[in-house]
Design a protein around this ligand. Structure first.
Ligand SMILES: [Zn+2]
Length: 160
């Protein structure tokens, strides 16, 4: 933060207080060179999560879009709305915490799709396969059947 009087780049903070809503911090600073005082206001910046799509185009993460994708897969299935919302929320939280840990803001749409598929898998097989078929963009009925068989055989071995 440059001094507005002499443009020197270092200053020390002599007083800090946040606004009533806690969204702004007001800092009183003193220039280390000329000693004059000035005030800065700092705003907490909310950076959106950026989703990188297959074609490398980018858009900001939209939880409602994820929610409607999952809802479509769950159509006419005995799945409560709360469960669907819970899945969308937990995916958002997981992405948010992973990104803040790695200090990045970009995430691939495939990864989000995988998270949703994994969550749906334990909830409802039909919804899972529907979702997977959209996300994995099965090219033909054979790849689709392969995936389906994989799920069925995994389930069978789990029940044994
Ligand atoms: Zn100065």
């Amino acid at each position: 933060m440059k001094c507005p009087y002499c443009s020197f780049e270092e200053s020390k903070v002599i007083d800090s207080r946040s606004s009533d809503d806690g969204e702004k911090i007001r800092r009183r600073r003193e220039c280390s060179k000329c000693g004059r005082r000035f005030t800065t206001h700092e705003i907490i910046e909310i950076v959106p999560i950026i989703v990188v799509k297959r074609d490398l185009s980018r858009e900001s993460f939209d939880k409602n879009k994820l929610l409607s994708g999952i809802l479509t897969a769950c159509q006419k299935r005995p799945i409560p709305l709360e469960t669907v919302e819970g899945i969308a929320n937990s995916i958002e939280n997981k992405i948010e915490s992973e990104l803040s840990r790695s200090n990045e803001r970009e995430i691939s749409s495939q990864y989000i799709g995988e998270l949703a598929m994994n969550a749906l898998r334990s909830v409802d097989e039909v919804a899972y396969v529907r979702f997977a078929s959209v996300y994995k963009q099965f090219k033909d009925i054979n790849t689709f059947m392969e995936e389906l068989n994989k799920i069925l055989s995994e389930n069978n071995s789990a029940h044994r």
